[in-house]
Design a protein around this ligand. Structure first.
Ligand code: AMP
Length: 419
């Protein structure tokens, strides 16, 4: 058997986990400050939830879902995104009966059968935030403000907020017809998939990565030129609220997002930190999703942040690796017994103390302490212990002092934890 994870599925190793925990902690703090509550949803759902919610003729549903039949013959799918599941939970638990406005966030793995490459995996993690039950443009702006606040909070620089409006049920069909007409004229240039999309869902041609299709897209009509007065007003107000918060943005009329449920406001945040353009997050309003999956007319807006991509862009100077605070070296049987007792007490006080489990020589214990990059080592020798004392060695300047065991944990807490 080959000891290797499945292609596109990654381990997050302990030396990386500090970044993940930092990102997750910041998200919780920022989102909860904006009045959002965490929700945890299942990883598996009925396939129908995604085919109806995301749209049959999207890349995700057509090509990227991990779908299988379970032992009872039900078609199930590993969630490719979280919004549809969150909306399902809101409907199923009638959360609107208590308060029509729900501000929810969740984090966890998503699954898409895409071609793995740097920044693109088959299991990847998202942090999602959604507001259900409000159609007011104020909320569109609020969600975007929260997102930018979070991204700045984790230290992201060189951010560009891109905005577009995708219209609504009223104006989108007119645009669709225009697109159909336009692409029909370019049909020879379109790949096989796009030929099909032309009939089923011409908007999805914008997602295509084939060169000749990209060329055809270049002068396609723009959705923003077709939106109805109501959508235009909504979009103007979103921009006004963003400006009030001092946020700058650029309009990107080519951004249509890859899922069918988006209406009106669509946005992406791109980072230029690494020179190359990187979409770390995207989102938008989806006032038709609820009708697709449950029949109720409930507006919604939200975003999903790609955690792997965000982490790859975090500033390098931030130190995330957790090192132990202290190494406890022991000599002789009595030394080991005391070291064991002490380490257990220290753990209960939040001091990350390590000791040797194998009865190694002092020299080899000190080598390990060096390798672990601890700031202090405590040496428990039998002679010193008999006098109720231990040696505390500062690993940086190599100085040593003898300290009494009495009051030791108080001393260590102040040296190591600063209290
Ligand atoms: P989407 O749900 O497609 O709007 O994606 C939202 C964000 O999730 C993107 O901006 C990416 O950062 C991230 N993302 C989407 N697909 C993948 C993937 N296959 N691997 C890694 N990150 C992804």
């Amino acid at each position: 058997m080959e000891t290797k994870a499945i292609r596109g599925f990654n381990d997050v190793l302990p030396d990386e986990i500090g970044k993940w925990q930092f990102v997750e902690k910041t998200a919780r703090e920022v989102f909860e400050g904006f009045g959002f509550s965490e929700i945890r949803i299942p990883i598996l759902e009925k396939t129908e939830l995604f085919t109806r919610g995301i749209g049959e003729a999207t890349d995700i549903v057509e090509k990227e879902m991990y779908t299988f039949t379970d032992r009872s013959g039900n078609s199930l799918t590993l969630r490719p995104e979280a919004t549809a599941s969150m909306a399902r939970a809101y409907l199923e638990h009638q959360m609107y009966a208590f308060d029509p406005v729900a501000k929810l966030y969740c984090m966890g793995p998503m699954f898409r059968y895409e071609r793995p490459q740097k920044g693109r995996y088959r299991q990847f993690n998202q942090i999602d935030a959604e507001v259900f039950g409000v159609g007011n443009p104020m909320v569109d702006a609020e969600v975007i403000i929260m997102l930018i606040h979070f991204l700045e909070g984790v230290g992201m620089g060189n951010l560009e907020l891109q905005l577009n409006s995708l219209g609504c049920r009223e104006c989108r069909p007119r645009y669709r017809e225009e697109l159909k007409k336009f692409f029909a004229g370019k049909s020879a240039q379109l790949c096989e998939d796009c030929q099909r999309r032309l009939q089923t869902n011409p908007l999805r041609i914008f997602d295509c990565k084939v060169e000749t299709c990209k060329e055809a897209i270049a002068d396609a009509p723009r959705v923003i030129d077709f939106i109805c007065p109501e959508c235009q007003k909504h979009f103007d107000q979103v921009k006004e609220y963003l400006a009030m918060a001092g946020l700058t943005y650029v309009l990107n009329p080519r951004m249509v997002r890859g899922l069918d449920y988006y209406t009106r406001t669509a946005f992406e945040v791109v980072s230029y930190s690494l020179g190359a353009q990187n979409a770390v997050t995207g989102g938008g309003r989806y006032d038709n999703l609820f009708q697709e999956i449950g029949g109720l007319d409930i507006p919604g807006i939200g975003f999903a942040i790609g955690v792997e991509r965000l982490i790859s862009l975090l500033p390098k100077e931030k130190e995330f690796i957790q090192v132990p605070h202290l190494f406890v070296a022991a000599l002789g049987e009595e030394g080991y017994r005391e070291a064991y007792k002490l380490v257990n007490q220290l753990h209960l006080q939040g001091i990350r103390a390590e000791l040797d489990y194998e009865g190694k020589s002092l020299k080899s214990q000190m080598r390990r302490a060096d390798k672990l990059k601890v700031r202090y080592t405590l040496i428990l020798g039998e002679n010193e212990l008999r006098q109720g004392r231990v040696v505390l060695r500062n690993m940086e300047d190599k100085s040593q002092e003898e300290v009494p065991i009495d009051g030791l944990s108080l001393l260590l807490r102040s040296k190591l934890l600063g209290h």
